[in-house]
Design a binder for this molecule. Structure first.
Ligand code: ARG
Length: 467
């Protein structure tokens, strides 16, 4: 039927669709991915139509049996997708009619492809969100576990990528996990607005059949039918929201990736990544490249791109459905695939990070990272903070000249800059003393890190057990 006009709407046409136009307007090459959701939606629709007496029970059963067989054909790769049939919806409907005859043509009663496709995408998004939820949970759990194990591991904390103050590696990891916890909240919040049912809106204005949208919504697990038919078939803001969640998540993963890349370099030498997450160079035999984090960092770009596509796709569209919306699928599918892959990569990789504790400790010791602790020590002994700042600045200048960290100087050397300094100063100049002193909620002290990790695990557990 390649030259024929599409049977589903050909009635008012006097010439066949141009072959190029048929190919240009078809979406079946990519929307066949929605086949499972399309069949699920159709089964619920037919069930509801029988419940309200629009279809007989026999017709409903015949439709459901036919659709179930088609599902099997698709899963086994036997289904023949046809471009002239335009999209997933008409491909499945045509096959149904081929199988069960005239009853197949009754399935579309009280429905339009406009509410059908909007329903399919929302079902697809809901499944995708649930898979992403599970993967985020796995990643966060692994990250918190590593943070707990590394609660005492000291590393330099940075501002401007310059050594600032010592922190614990566990504290750094829990900073990452806080980012992910917020992303997770955004995901679950998006799910609430995804899980609303367009079906029943029909083309745009609703339908004259005595449908019961609450029945269909319940059968499909939606929280409620969409309130307004014009809005239900047209807006894709839920997809934009999902892409924006994804962009923020990938932004966070790209920051973590960047740190992993830096830390595996010889210049930092803070961690090792197991070989299975790295690749070699075809020319330089010594190389072990952190490809996985680099690729996650790179994939951030395409997800930002999809967010821009979807925002621009929706911009200025008049109510209600417009064909523009067919363009929502490819960016959405790729966003889902990319997010799931990146989360999987991270969830597998993070628990396998091997910190090089001595090297981290050495780096923290070298960078005058306890300078603020010395200033605080002087302030506790009555020196004004600005004066203390000046005294420590002179001590650091001396250390730079003599190539000595503050804790390596003798008491006499330190006393050149202030006679307020006494022997107990060395308690605050050690890295262990410095981190242990930041002992309040949100601080880097090992005890605080352990407490924060257990709170984070509790929160995850509560989410997992939530209904
Ligand atoms: N393939 C279309 C889409 O993805 C389905 C809806 C078509 N509706 C229409 N009135 N042409 O949006």
């Amino acid at each position: 039927m390649s030259q024929a006009t599409n049977q589903s709407w050909g009635g008012r046409f006097s010439e066949p669709t141009d072959a190029f136009v048929a190919r240009f307007t078809a979406s079946v090459s990519f929307d066949q991915r929605l086949a499972g959701q399309d069949i699920q939606g159709s089964i619920a629709h037919a069930t509801m139509l029988a419940r309200v007496g629009v279809l007989s029970d026999e017709e409903r059963d015949s439709i459901i049996d036919g659709l179930t067989e088609i599902q099997g054909e698709i899963e086994r790769g036997e289904f023949e997708w046809s471009v002239p049939l335009e999209d997933v919806h008409m491909n499945i409907e045509a096959r149904l009619t081929q199988k069960i005859g005239i009853t197949g043509k009754k399935l579309h009663t009280g429905r339009s492809r406009n509410d059908q496709v909007a329903t399919d995408i929302r079902l697809f998004m809901r499944d995708a969100i649930d898979s992403i939820d599970a993967e985020l949970m796995r990643l966060r759990e692994g990250m918190i576990g590593l943070a707990e194990r590394e609660a005492d591991t000291i590393m330099p904390g940075f501002t401007h990528l310059q050594t600032a103050q010592p922190v614990t590696f566990g504290h750094h990891l829990l900073a990452w996990q806080e980012m992910l916890a917020r992303d997770h909240e955004r995901l679950l919040d998006t799910r609430k607005r995804v899980n609303v049912m367009p079906l029943g809106a029909a083309a745009l204005a609703g339908t004259t059949y005595p449908i019961d949208r609450h029945v269909t919504a319940e059968l499909l697990g939606f929280s409620r039918p969409a309130e307004n038919s014009l809005d239900a078939v047209s807006d894709r803001d839920f997809a934009i929201e999902f892409a924006s969640f994804s962009s923020i998540l990938l932004m966070h993963l790209s920051r973590m990736s960047e740190e992993l890349v830096l830390w595996t370099s010889a210049q930092f030498d803070f961690i090792d990544l197991p070989d299975r997450f790295c690749t070699g160079s075809s020319i330089m035999p010594q190389k072990k490249n952190p490809d996985v984090p680099e690729l996650v960092r790179g994939k951030t770009g395409r997800v930002y791109g999809h967010l821009m596509s979807l925002l621009t796709l929706m911009k200025s569209q008049p109510l209600a459905y417009n064909k523009d919306n067919q363009e929502d699928k490819e960016p959405l599918f790729d966003t889902v695939d990319t997010v799931l892959d990146c989360l999987k990569a991270f969830a597998d990789m993070v628990p396998a990070i091997e910190p090089k504790k001595e090297s981290m400790f050495e780096a923290a010791r070298r960078g005058f990272s306890t300078a603020t602790d010395l200033a605080d020590y002087l302030v506790r002994r009555g020196v004004a903070f600005r004066d203390a700042h000046e005294i420590v600045g002179q001590s650091v200048a001396f250390g730079l000249k003599e190539k000595k960290d503050l804790s390596e100087m003798t008491l006499e050397e330190l006393q050149q800059f202030s006679d307020t300094i006494e022997a107990d100063v060395f308690e605050v100049l050690t890295l262990e003393g410095s981190v242990a002193a930041r002992n309040h909620i949100g601080g880097t002290a090992p005890d605080q890190v352990r407490a924060a990790a257990s709170r984070a695990l509790e929160a995850l557990k509560a989410h997992r057990e939530a209904p």
